[in-house]
Design a protein. Structure first.
Length: 162
């Protein structure tokens, strides 16, 4: 997997950010969520968490930076089945995990649940947190401090540049 997020050590040196396979349950404003780091396959982690939900699903792609002149903004999918969602991740999962120009939101309408893979490869999960925690532990993640909050300076490199 290409390096997506690096810490700036000095002017000419970057260190890849590593989260391990960790998560923490936290409260933000009026919501509880999981903050998850899953280094090797963050897209796969999102897909495994979503597979525990019944759907139908909807994707929200939030483009923050462009190199092609595409309009910045939010792009929303039509309603998707579980199979459609799996097909999407099979086709675009690596791109989503390796490119830092965007966030991807997966929303389940079957259960009130949302899973976000942000541009720093941190995953935020809202909804059935106990189910998500069980799934994470079964797949090798450990509860603890979770991935660090994003600090600066940090370099997020578009795909192909890291």
């Amino acid at each position: 997997m290409k390096i997506k997020v690096s810490d700036v050590v000095d002017e000419d040196e970057y260190r890849p950010v590593r989260y391990g396979r960790t998560f923490i349950r936290e409260r933000v404003a009026d919501a509880e969520r999981l903050r998850i780091g899953y280094d090797d396959v963050p897209d796969g982690c999102v897909q495994v968490l979503a597979s525990r939900l019944s759907g139908p699903f909807q994707l929200l792609y939030v483009l923050h930076t462009t190199r092609t002149g595409a309009e910045l903004g939010r792009y929303q999918s039509p309603e998707l089945s579980s199979r459609d969602l799996a097909d999407f991740f099979r086709a675009f999962g690596r791109f989503i995990a390796e490119d830092s120009r965007h966030d991807l939101w997966v929303r389940s309408h079957g259960e009130p649940a949302t899973i976000v893979l942000d541009r720093h490869n941190i995953i935020f999960a809202y909804g059935p947190l106990d189910l998500f925690q069980q799934t994470l532990v079964k797949n090798g993640a450990v509860a603890g401090d979770g991935p660090p909050t994003v600090g600066y300076p940090r370099a997020s490199l578009p795909r192909g540049l890291g």
